[in-house]
Design a protein around this ligand. Sequence first.
Ligand SMILES: [Zn+2]
Ligand SMILES: [Zn+2]
Length: 144
Amino acid sequence: MAARTGQCLCGKVAFSAKLPGAAYGVCHCKMCQRWTGSALFAITVPEEDITFTGKHEIRRFQSSGWAERAWCGTCGAGLWYRVTEAGPHYGGYEIPIGLFDDAGGLEIQHEIFVDCKPDSFGLVGDHPRLNQAETLQRLGLTED
Ligand SMILES: [Zn+2]
Ligand SMILES: [Zn+2]
């Protein structure tokens, strides 16, 4: 798949990413709701397939013991969610699809944490919708 470009709202942070495919995920967990204001619509890009410019503008927040979230220090646009802990999910950047100049042709692969989602909106399509227990099981985590 050809490289796609994207940027934050002010343009100080920009990137070029080689997408592994068209499929992306939607996360309705409470942390993603608070971070995005709605839900996180993001596509996984391997670390070696994305390059950023304006890196000095990037701010990071360790949002849990295993992951960080990054944003532009000038405009506040969310840039990525990324697992920082070693393990099977380490390394990829979850890039919000709205940052791409052209997000055309991308398709929802699954929604996760659907039982945390407000009932006032729903997404069309026939993709899997995993509740919290199913999501944690798929990620190899246990509920605590
Ligand atoms: Zn910005
Ligand atoms: Zn989430």
